[in-house]
Design a protein around this ligand. Sequence first.
Ligand SMILES: [Zn+2]
Length: 171
Amino acid sequence: MIEGDVREIVTVDGPRAAILRRRAKAAGKVTPAIQRLIEDMVATMRANNGLGLAAPQVGEGRRVIVAEVEERLVILVDPVLVMAEGEEVAPEACLSIPGVTAPVRRAARVTVAGKNRRGRGINVHASGLLARVLQHEIDHLDGILFLDRVEDPSTIEHITAERVAAGVAVE
Ligand SMILES: [Zn+2]
């Protein structure tokens, strides 16, 4: 894997925020440009200690997501949630919404179909934290932010560095 460039994260209070609310376009063929985007997204996710990242968060309105949980790196181009079952409520945070965390209800187990970085069709089966991250990232491709899914606004908390170190998912 080529080392990608760390890109600036688009945040809700920044000048490029509008892209976070748009539906991203299908990537289609996995071209060298898409592969380059993937490399940059992985580098950017790791540099920010994120568990996942969606292309709109680096300013690209394409349907590409990356996630890395417990050393399992998942790359999905044009991901589609094909199975979701069970439910779990757990805290989330987002690199594009600095400083807040809140519990979100998500499916406990998912299967996501898509293409890998070589353009081959794959199915990713995930549970727990990885399932949560994948749902959070697919939401980004549809212009949905995790705060939209918070059921009780009084549960939104300011996040501290200690809390992040303790393992709150930041996506
Ligand atoms: Zn996010």
